[in-house]
Design a protein around this ligand. Structure first.
Ligand SMILES: [Zn+2]
Length: 203
């Protein structure tokens, strides 16, 4: 993992900056690139490595994201990939331990990185199929769980699943795009405006 982190290429760093993620955040989240692949990773050469860190910052599993703008299927892979046998986990699970009364659930890992950069405690569940009852138990103690599902059908499915499971959960109404799109378009205030208490937005 450390060798992948060291292999964060200038191109990948530039790609991350274009998505609002600075060097510091990339380093905190130990983002990297598959340079010299470990056995079993060769088909992910050149991919962004997104480690799922435990609460102490140790990687539990990784997810790969293709950095090319092309039809990923035509190249025989998905935009995001995991290794066979990895059990689905919550991204940035340490946030559950560090957060106070409120926590944020994003759909994309890099969306959770953006919210973390803004000082919010954020995890990611990349899709409704990856939401499990143990996640509900992990989040049951929070007084507010904000759900940042993407503004599409898949995002609505994730948001609905979580808001049905947790009374404290509230879907955030993203309009411009996902968290990253919203942040790139309007900066931090575009994010914070979406989670104002009702009485403040009405004023
Ligand atoms: Zn691809």
């Amino acid at each position: 993992m450390t060798s992948y982190q060291a292999a964060l290429t200038a191109d990948a760093a530039k790609w991350l900056v274009a998505r609002g993620i600075n060097r510091e955040a990339a380093s905190t989240f130990r983002l990297g690139v598959v340079g010299n692949p470990f056995p079993g990773h060769s088909r992910h050469r050149g991919f962004l490595v997104i480690p799922y860190l435990d609460r102490d910052g140790k990687p539990l599993m990784v997810r790969f994201r293709c950095l090319q703008e092309h039809d990923h299927r035509a190249y025989g892979h998905g935009k995001y990939m995991t290794l066979d046998g990895d059990i689905p986990r919550m991204f940035n699970v340490g946030a559950v331990h560090r957060a106070g009364d409120e926590i944020h659930i994003c759909e994309g890992e890099l969306d959770a990185v953006i919210l973390s950069m803004l000082g919010l405690h954020a995890v990611a569940i990349p899709g409704a199929k990856l939401w499990f009852s143990r996640h509900r138990r992990m989040l049951a103690g929070f007084s507010r769980v904000w759900v940042w599902g993407d503004p599409d059908d898949a995002g609505a499915e994730l948001t609905n699943k979580i808001t049905r499971a947790l009374r404290s959960a509230k879907g955030v109404r993203l309009k411009v795009g996902d968290v990253t799109d919203t942040y790139l378009a309007g900066g931090p205030s575009a994010i914070f405006d979406l989670i104002q208490p009702k009485e403040l937005t009405a004023a």
